[in-house]
Design a protein around this ligand. Sequence first.
Ligand code: MN
Length: 430
Amino acid sequence: MTHVIDSKTESFLPVSQQSDFPIQNIPFGVGRWIDGKVVCLTRIGGTVINLSILEKNNLFSDCDLNENTFGKSSLNDFLTQNKSTWRSVRAAICNLYTKGNSKYEKNSKLRNLAEWNASEILMSLPVEIGDYTDFYASKEHATNVGSMFRDPKNALLPNWSHLPVGYHGRSSTIFSTPKEINRPNGQTKKPSEDFPVFGPSQKIDFELEVGFVTGNGPRNGDSISVELAEDSIFGLVLLNDWSARDIQQWEYVPLGPFLAKNFASCISPWIITLDAFEPFRSDRPIQNNPEPLPYLQQPLNRANFNIELQVGIRPEGSEETIICESNFKHMYWSIAQQLAHHSINGCIINAGDLMGSGTISGPSKGSYGSMLEISWNGKHPIKLPNGKTRSFIEDNDTIILRGSAIKDDLKIGFGECVSKIIPSKPWKRK
Ligand code: MN
């Protein structure tokens, strides 16, 4: 497969062994360049590369790109172009930066303009997200939540194993990271009380998710088939779908989550293409009890990705503690099945839509992807090295999501998705 960059390829740019961004990755992002312009970028090791400058210098002339694709403040224009264009750009970047391409390597005048140290570039949201959908596709997570709030014997509702359950979220409050988030205010009611109260949420939680970013789907009422779904998926990001469990528990009946979910969601700034994760394909869990309806059927072989995921918590002034180690391969419904289901009714999928996987929990206790599950809704608080305990997230706690796939000497990762909860804003009648 020519779109997978050989694991032996090396760049002339320095790449440390721990880096998530070897030349086999070539992610896409958006950030503020040193001249103040917000443009499209890629990255190799610790070097950020300005794609707009490469484009202006005709280095993508073989790629069949729309004019000025990368001088924009989002990747949406690029995403509207098709997968063969996405692939040709990635191949062109790889070709330029491969060790031995001495003509470009020695063009220090151009390279001085196009390259900068990653630590000095402020990244922003890579896409203007038109629509945001969040699925609930991890069986372990859905089982844990169902056991906690309903009945361990009937933890999964009857529809769950027949379709990828999801809800329409809100895109206006999705942020790139790092990001500080005010603890939300809202209405909550304890089961023991007769009436709700208003105030800062007492049960702020993270959700460890992987999101996928789409290209354009059909616009004539056709659906996207499972077989072709990945042609409409540009790449993956880490997603922390911040949640207020106490607000959620009171408000969610009967239409599902509302204000408990839309105060903030955070994504990692680099979109990693499916091609970069191709060497890390993994089988999806078997689906034979029940077998899905034909439009959702997909061979389980290589339907998922083996990406190790990790969550760390860092209270103010303390060291970080890892509180979850999970894996994207656990998803019961693959991303192709999610997208096929989403569009089966004629729903239009646009370039730049974001779809979350839902919390990714694994089968063992150390692999739960939310505090709700880790502390079992506060019944079993965890101990931190500073002597404090946590059932949910407290003010000035920083949550760090990481994800990377490793095989032999090749490591492909997302970088970090870092966000911090800060105190709520006081509500006052004006
Ligand atoms: Mn979620």
